[in-house]
Design a protein around this ligand. Structure first.
Ligand code: UGA
Ligand code: MN
Length: 255
């Protein structure tokens, strides 16, 4: 028989990325794909916030050079308002795809789910850390919550609290980029989703995690949550002040 590749034993990392059309979209996706392409056994679930798959993202996915599932679901207009959480519908579409895919398969292939927003910055080491998630793992996130970082506070290998400067009363005071969930947990809690009713920004993570785990159960990663391996970077709005109102160039260019 052919020698077994060591990669074949690795749990698949599923990254769910909500994304929406804006001037920087292709730049963000390019940066993200350049990271993900370097991660073994990563399956990218890219979910467009749109009524249909766009040509830009479809073309991008076709050339991305990594396993990719391209979904779409529009955010209802009433939820597209400042002060409301973003991307609940898109993350739920990703979760539904994942559950459906494994529904008919025997005991799930080992896998880990991670919510990867398109504008954050991810170190490759982060994926090594999350790969060994048994149920739900957590780690620090840089440049978030009005501080240089937020992190779970760990004592004797257990999460006992949160270092944060923002809404410290959150049950899980952690950004979306600060945790991963095993596929088993996702499949054994089929009703765990992001809820729109009564949800507030900053509470989505807690509302979701409450449905699947407890603080006591969390697995600290990144050297007992003392290393920042992901940054909640946000891209500046582009200046298009000199963009002509009508098409002036001789060719049409996708940006
Ligand atoms: C913070 C958190 O890091 C997000 O995980 C959380 O969804 C968000 O707050 C929130 O308010 O709900 P922030 O940088 O403010 O992040 O949010 P964005 O990066 O603008 O959006 C999060 C993700 O949703 C991105 O992948 C973005 O492309 C996507 N998105 C955003 C949409 O799909 N549709 C939108 O209308 C806006
Ligand atoms: Mn962001």
């Amino acid at each position: 028989p052919p020698p077994r590749r060591p990669e074949a034993a690795l749990p698949t990392i599923y990254a769910i990325t909500p994304t929406y059309s804006r001037p920087v979209q292709k730049a963000e996706l390019t940066r993200l794909a350049n990271t993900f392409r370097q991660v073994a056994r990563l399956h990218w679930i890219l979910v467009e916030d749109a009524a249909a798959r766009s040509e830009l993202v479809s073309r991008f996915v076709a050339g991305a050079g990594l396993p990719c599932t391209h979904l779409h679901v529009p955010t209802p207009r009433r939820y597209k308002r400042p002060g409301l959480p973003r991307a609940a519908e898109q993350r739920n579409a990703g979760l539904a795809w994942l559950r459906q895919r494994h529904q008919h398969l025997p005991p799930p292939q080992p896998g880990v789910l991670f919510f990867a927003d398109d504008d954050n910055t991810y170190s490759l080491e982060l994926f090594q850390e999350m790969r060994t998630t048994r149920k739900v793992s957590v780690w620090p996130v840089g440049l978030v919550g009005g501080r240089r970082y937020e992190r779970p506070v760990v004592e004797n290998g257990k999460v006992v609290g949160w270092y944060t400067g923002w809404r410290a009363d959150r049950p899980f005071a952690i950004d979306m980029a600060g945790f991963a969930v095993s596929l088993q947990v996702i499949l054994s809690h089929p009703k765990a989703v992001f809820k729109r009713r009564g949800s507030q920004p900053g509470m989505q993570e807690s509302d979701f995690l409450k449905q699947i785990t407890t603080v006591e159960e969390l697995e600290p990663k990144a050297n007992n949550c003392t290393k920042v391996l992901v940054w909640h970077t946000r891209t500046e709005k582009v200046n298009l002040a000199n963009e002509p109102k009508y098409h002036l160039d001789t060719v049409s260019i996708e940006v």
